[in-house]
Design a protein around this ligand. Structure first.
Ligand SMILES: Nc1ncnc2c1ncn2[C@@H]1O[C@H](COP(=O)(O)OP(=O)(O)O)[C@@H](O)[C@H]1O
Ligand SMILES: [Mg+2]
Length: 431
């Protein structure tokens, strides 16, 4: 529930209490409470009214069951409950009224679930299991922490360069090594690999959000995000590919907003096409990691994406990471030529590590985790450190050296993409 935080009352929290209106309901609840290791004595009589009275003078339990049967105005009474119930309590309500509007209103006012009476053991078990899943989900960002939220988008210059690999690795490194609560938002809604890479089912959360953006709020985030660990949660989808996803992008923006409130760090796996469709998604992103390969095609696309950022999101710092980098002799273009053509340096170079990539896929673990002992993946660890340094300090670390503004492209002569590429292409190809 959303009652204002009242530090004076946060004492010891019981795992569970219930306030029911009749003996039948109490009898349905007690055995399930026992199954879950809760005391059956916590099933009290008196319904919602007693719940409000009791909670106004004592700490709220983790899971609260309230019977609304005797309530004349359930919605109003639930709001009264919200006044006295501490944040973090998961509330399950129950009653005889079978009305979908009431159900929706109750959900909107912050309860977790509404069970129709008479209660059946399976739906009770399911509701309590969901409640426990929410309680175990990554905790909301510590309000005492004054670190600014860290928001990073990972974009592949081309498909297959390893953007999702870098996104999941970054999310894992920040959540695991830096112990920051991290959300991985996979916006490749049809073919996303965010959940797959972590060996999770994507769930319906992201699809629901797109279909119904008005439902997105803090509670929605808590329920829809799939937990990978105590500090890492994923929102990903495998939307059906027989119909297009219809959205104006509002849902994605709203999701980012809510995630920002609930996690310390957001990593967005952002397909490059999204930049074209929904440029506003970048507005609040401090850092974009542009993942590329040392190939001509990737150079061309990197140039275009970098230039997009310059004109559309000058506030966002772009970090360039070259991935799957083979030994020099096998490269289509060298690092030097690549840097020449994109007119900036490459910040990080991650070698091609076929074995680790295969291992990661087989184990359902992030690439960085599967290769956590491999020295060659140190650049990913450095990337994670650099990203949070930038957002913690609130200052980008790529400020241009004095007097070196712009100008570079003039030295190169031709200004068309092809000219730039030709200048840097291997001699044979450039003839
Ligand atoms: N550094 C690397 N070395 C070897 N294979 C890699 C590396 N990075 C990614 N891969 C592999 O490349 C493939 C494509 O990666 P993915 O992250 O899905 O790309 P994208 O999201 O850019 O389309 C995956 O099979 C992944 O395991
Ligand atoms: Mg991908």
């Amino acid at each position: 529930m959303n009652a204002p935080f009242n530090p004076g009352r946060t004492g010891h929290r019981e795992p569970f209490s219930a306030f029911v209106c009749d003996e039948t309901t109490a009898e349905a609840l007690r055995p399930i409470a026992i199954e879950l290791g809760w005391s059956p004595e916590k099933v009290n009589k008196g319904g919602l009214r007693n719940a409000v009275q009791t909670l106004s003078v004592s700490a709220s339990p983790n899971v609260l069951f309230v019977d609304l049967s005797e309530s004349g105005d359930p919605l109003n009474d639930i709001n009264a409950l919200a006044e006295v119930c501490e944040p973090g309590t998961v509330v399950i309500a129950s009653g005889q009224v079978n009305d979908v509007r009431l159900y929706r209103d109750l959900i909107a006012s912050g309860i977790q679930d509404y069970l129709l009476k008479p209660l059946n053991p399976d739906s009770l078990r399911e509701a309590f299991a969901n409640a426990q899943a929410i309680l175990n989900a990554p905790k909301l960002a510590d309000p005492g922490s004054d670190r600014p939220h860290c928001a990073v988008a990972v974009i592949g210059a081309r498909g297959g360069v390893g953007a999702s690999t870098v996104a999941t690795s970054l999310a894992w490194l920040i959540s695991e090594k830096q112990k920051r609560t991290t959300a991985l938002l996979d916006l490749d809604v049809h073919f996303g690999t965010g959940a797959l890479a972590l060996d999770l089912e994507p769930g319906r959360g992201l699809t629901d959000a797109i279909e119904n953006p008005s439902r997105i709020d803090g509670l929605f985030i808590e329920r829809a995000m799939v937990k990978a660990s105590d500090t890492l949660a994923v929102l990903s989808a495998e939307a059906p590919i027989n119909s297009p996803v219809l959205t104006d992008g509002a849902a994605f923006y709203q999701l980012q907003e809510e995630i920002r409130g609930a996690f310390e760090c957001t990593i967005v796996d952002l397909p490059r096409g999204m930049l074209v469709l929904h440029p506003h998604l970048i507005t609040d992103i401090q850092i974009a990691v542009l993942v590329t390969e040392f190939t001509l095609a990737a150079a061309r696309d990197a140039i275009r994406i970098l230039s997009w950022f310059k004109s559309n999101a000058p506030q966002t710092q772009v970090i360039v990471l070259a991935n799957k980098v083979h030994p020099q002799a096998l490269l289509e273009i060298s690092r030097k030529d690549f840097e020449g053509s994109i007119e900036r340096k490459v910040d990080f170079v991650v070698p091609a590590e076929q074995k680790i990539a295969a291992q990661a896929a087989k184990l359902g673990k992030p690439f960085a985790e599967a290769g956590k002992n491999a020295k060659s993946l140190a650049p990913l660890v450095e990337l994670a450190g650099r990203v949070t340094n930038i957002t913690d300090s609130g200052e980008r670390d790529d400020a241009p050296a004095k007097g070196s503004k712009g100008g570079k492209s003039d030295a190169k002569g031709g200004s068309s993409l092809l000219d730039k590429l030709k200048l840097s292409m291997p001699k044979k190809a450039a003839k």
